[in-house]
Design a protein around this ligand. Sequence first.
Ligand SMILES: [Zn+2]
Ligand SMILES: [Zn+2]
Length: 342
Amino acid sequence: MRAMLLEAPGKPLRLVDLPVPKPNSEQLLIRVHACAVCRTDLHIVDGELAHPKLPLIPGHQIVGTVEAVGEKVKFFHSNPSSDESVLEGLRVGVPWLGRTCNHCRYCLSGRENLCDRAEFTGYNLDGGYAEYAVADYRYCFEIPPGYPDVQAAPLLCGGLIGYRAYRMTGDAEKIGFYGFGSSAHILIQLARYQGRQIFAFTRSGDIKGQEFARQLGAVWSGSSEELPPEPLDAAIIFAPIGKLIPAALRAVAKGGVVVCAGIHMSDIPSFPYEILWEERILRSVANLTRRDGEEFLALAPKVPIRTQINLFPLSQANEALNALRNGEIEGSAVLFTQEDKQ
Ligand SMILES: [Zn+2]
Ligand SMILES: [Zn+2]
């Protein structure tokens, strides 16, 4: 199979020919049709996240069809009455959470996203920048019908982990999104469906990004250096920039929550206690649970959420990563491996 391989952080990925992986007893062999590109992939490739598996096939927003199953694969977790016979040919998605231990205190208390021994797709496990991938069936999701593969791929992290961050804003009515990329363009659709107001903050001077946010229904958009026209109930920081934390704390009202959705961020500048005072909350969101995924993938077709995608052939993964790095992607970047892009 063709795959894009990370051999050392800081180096471009290399197009290589590898044997098709063999599923172990609990894995599915998946023919990859599409894999969306996440900012986390960029952090891994750039060496900002320590100790990836090397060499590594990145990518953790995989959509494909099941071609073979391991001998212990018994059912599909979202449909426990199914058996292995329904799995072949099924269209599945593989997210960032690749495997958990199922017996640490986090796994046993509904917080498998924090598992002490979790393994992550496209980081500790090979991912989807390839024509085939293997994945533990217990962590895969069924892709809702009605979504072409390339449209569905960004839902698997931009959507799922974005949804976890969004859930942490509780019943906030006015929510600020700092950074308006893949996650934000997905979550604004859910927020509007639920009757909330989104205020979009982008880099100063990013007029196109601010217009894109308004097209998708943001009630206001502007530079992250500005204050919104009215105090917010909550903010989600999608961009990996530490100085957005004091900016967002200044934008939220008393009791408001600021949620950091990314896995990596530049250092946070010091700030006066008074902007945290009055019960403002600052928190991060890490990874996802399978429950987050099931909830979100059930909601997405009801909205219905539509992703705006920028397609790149698999062999142009480096170009896709560079476009994301340079802020040139409106919506989500997606690699495709099938001729028909489906
Ligand atoms: Zn665990
Ligand atoms: Zn991701």
